[in-house]
Design a protein around this ligand. Sequence first.
Ligand code: HEC
Length: 204
Amino acid sequence: MKSIHFVFAYSSLLILLSACAASDPTDTGVEYAPQMYHSIPLDPYSQLDYHKYTPDGKHLIEPVAGTIPRGKVSYLYPFPNTNEGYEEAGKKLTNPLPATPENLAEGKRLYELYCIHCHGEKGDGQGSIVQAGKFPPPPSYYGPQLKDLPEGKMFHSITYGKNLMGSHASQLSPEERWKVILYVKELRAQGLASGTSDMKSEKK
Ligand code: HEC
């Protein structure tokens, strides 16, 4: 009698387990109350089928070409990621923000988050990953290569990246980039005033 119970328990366990391992791995199985997952109203981020009322069949209608979301005008950037774009940005772009103590403080905060580990506390290119031997030193902000760099070129390089430096466009809004630039220029002014262009980082 005992062994019959055992066989029964064992075979129901087998049936239960084999129900989990459907033969088609993409088969989602039977959905209980499917309208809980796929709503009847048009859900912009979830759809099973083409939708007959919109031109491209998508629930999420794309914005009209050329529209700019409210508050995003500053993201319009006319200079392409080319040498000509870089030169032009250097001539035409100027910082729209004044160097107020608040803007500088915010620029410093952002610099310490996103730049300091490469460019260093003083902007001499001796950040922590450089000192640890993990990254070649970036040029000093107040060395021969960058001491006369116009702010438009700074903005361009922060936006698109330059050689070993990656783009920071996804981390910093255009306003934040300008605030960091205020701080970079402050570091440069301090470095130039102290008269110590860091020649170590200028060597290639
Ligand atoms: C991964 C290391 C790294 C990080 C992080 C980094 N940089 Fe750089 N940066 C470099 C290197 C390397 C160069 C030199 C690029 C070249 O000219 O080849 C550079 C160049 C620059 C230049 C000169 C650009 C030009 O047009 O010559 C500026 C300005 C600058 N960085 C600012 C920043 C700011 C501001 C941040 C933070 C938002 C930042 N960098 C983050 C490595 C870094």
